[in-house]
Design a protein around this ligand. Structure first.
Ligand code: HEC
Ligand code: HEC
Ligand SMILES: [Ca+2]
Ligand SMILES: [Ca+2]
Ligand SMILES: [Ca+2]
Length: 469
């Protein structure tokens, strides 16, 4: 016991009282018995909206002022409406390209939700390929590939000879069996780039993740996320968890990464500015140069653009505000016995070691609804080695090829309703919850095995719990 604590303790009675107090604290922080008060408010009591409809991901946090609401509406329109080639009479929305992946945020984050790998024979849109070559850029980030940059842009505007080409995806089945004899099959993706000039370049396939709740993640104190880390596995549970530190162009400093499948973006603002530049070809004051590299610059650098920058600060601010202000959908069926059983198993076998259920936000600079909220993202926002099966062999700052950020699981149960599919994991290879779990390896190998060792009933209770998120 700490000496100063000992000093203020007069006797055994107080000791006993303290013991009871600490025990009850413990019970509070992890109530195994079942329903926890307010646990249906995944985004906290002020930033959760109960909506099970197809629009479940598109709601604003409640209680916006008139002015905030108008920013949300304007931001939404710039998120949804297509950008067009400059020059155009649609001056507010011109400047698309020269190279791009999609014409709007919503073409990838449909209904503010998640993308999917392409159907057979279709071009990839909401699944994009990050690119880089060995080495790092000036800030320790991925080194752009000569004449291509850090992202494959399958489309280009008129007047640009050729786009960068698309990606071919095929799958083969990898069958397996649970210890109880139940068969399963995982589909293993095989990627190849159509452009021969890209041979030897490192690639990382990523689907667009769910956009909501990102303002809450921004409001988590960095020290809280860092406190979840156990980089050398000091407690010996096989789980490490490391923060990623990435370059923040707006503050010109290295900061904790929070967004993206490898936690490569430090804030909603940077994530949105990077999406405008790299995905749509729209410059901003944060990233004022077009997404052009090497010969692309000499060939296309002088094409007409949509202004300098193409998205003005005011409009940019509305899109960043819109993104941060998207509420998290509330949970369904939280008191159902099956859901509670699944939740308990999720905790007991160790899923919650990475998918942390409960934490509190700090202060959000713009929205009090996002401040001091007890949220249930089911993530630690840290990097974990997930094994060779999920590796992309492409580092991003301190994330290795095998490391991925634990994705938040809030809203995951509404994916089918909103986006009409249940493709999961960074490249959408898993066709549902069960396959997503079965792909877990590396630090999660033991816990995946514990899942496989469960009876069919218990496995299905965990899936039912995930559906309630
Ligand atoms: C071409 C498809 C595509 C387009 C267009 C796109 N995104 Fe994304 N978005 C992604 C992908 C892929 C990621 C994950 C990036 C990574 O892993 O680094 C992502 C990540 C995000 C995230 C982080 C979510 C999280 O939890 O990590 C936000 C927020 C986001 N995008 C907002 C936007 C906004 C706003 C726009 C429009 C300006 C936009 N995106 C345009 C594909 C897209
Ligand atoms: C070692 C940390 C860790 C543990 C333990 C862990 N996960 Fe994960 N989980 C991750 C990471 C990292 C990913 C993302 C991997 C990827 O996309 O390649 C992930 C992805 C998922 C996904 C897909 C999410 C999405 O948005 O696509 C689900 C569902 C999931 N985990 C459920 C579980 C369950 C259930 C358990 C327990 C059986 C579990 N996880 C244990 C780290 C972990
Ligand atoms: Ca442009
Ligand atoms: Ca490119
Ligand atoms: Ca550990």
């Amino acid at each position: 016991m700490h000496p100063s604590v000992k000093h203020i303790l007069p006797g055994a009675a107080v000791m006993a009282a303290l013991l009871v107090f600490f025990m009850s604290c413990n019970k509070h922080s992890y109530n195994k018995e079942g329903y926890e008060p307010n646990e249906e408010y995944s985004g906290g009591q002020e930033a959760t909206v109960f909506d099970e409809s197809v629009n479940a991901f598109g709601n604003a946090v409640p209680g916006l002022s008139l002015e905030e609401n108008s920013d949300f509406v304007v931001g939404n329109s710039f998120n949804r409406n297509p950008w067009v080639t400059a020059p155009s009479s649609t001056v507010a929305r011109d400047g698309l390209g020269p190279f791009f992946n999609a014409v709007s945020c919503a073409s990838c984050h449909g209904k503010d939700g998640r993308g999917a790998p392409p159907e057979f024979g279709e071009p990839a849109v909401s699944l994009l390929m990050k690119l880089s070559v060995n080495g790092t850029d000036a800030h320790g980030g991925p080194k752009p590939a000569d004449n291509f940059g850090t992202q494959l842009n399958p489309f280009s505007i008129q007047g640009v000879g050729e786009s960068e080409g698309n990606v071919n995806i095929s799958y083969y089945e990898m069958p397996g069996t649970y210890p109880d004899g139940t068969p399963y099959s995982l589909r293993v993706p095989v990627y190849s780039l159509q452009n021969p000039a890209l041979s030897g370049v490192m690639t990382s396939p990523r689907v667009a993740p769910y956009m909501g709740g990102t303002g809450l993640i921004d409001a988590l104190p960095a020290a809280l996320i860092e406190s979840f880390a156990d980089p050398s596995d000091a407690n010996g549970d096989g789980i490490s968890g490391r923060p990623n530190y990435v370059w923040d162009e707006s503050t010109q400093s290295m900061r904790l990464g929070r967004f993206g499948w490898k936690a490569g973006a430090p804030s909603v603002k940077i994530q949105v500015a990077a999406a405008f530049r790299n995905d749509i070809g729209i410059t901003s004051s944060i990233f004022p140069t077009e997404n052009l590299y090497g010969t692309q610059l000499t060939q296309y650098g002088a094409l007409p653009n949509g202004g300098s920058p193409e998205i003005g600060d005011d409009v940019f601010a509305t899109v960043a505000f819109y993104t941060a202000a998207l509420a998290v959908p509330g949970r369904r069926n939280v008191r159902d016995a099956e859901v509670l059983k699944g939740k308990q198993l999720f905790n007991d076998i160790g899923c919650a070691k990475c998918h942390i259920g409960r934490m509190q936000t700090g202060t959000h600079p713009l929205l009090s609804q996002l401040s001091n909220q007890v949220i249930r993202p089911y993530s630690d926002f840290l990097l974990h080695d997930m094994g060779e099966g999920l590796s992309d062999n492409r580092p991003e700052y301190s994330a290795t090829g095998r490391e991925w950020r634990t994705p938040p699981l809030w809203g995951i149960g509404l994916l089918q309703t909103v986006n009409n599919h249940t493709y999961l994991l960074h490249d959408g290879r898993a066709r549902g919850y069960e396959e997503a779990i079965l792909w877990h390896g590396g630090e999660a190998e033991k816990i995946k095995n514990a899942f496989m060792d469960l009876s069919k009933d218990k496995r299905s209770a965990i899936i039912t719990f995930l559906r309630s998120l």
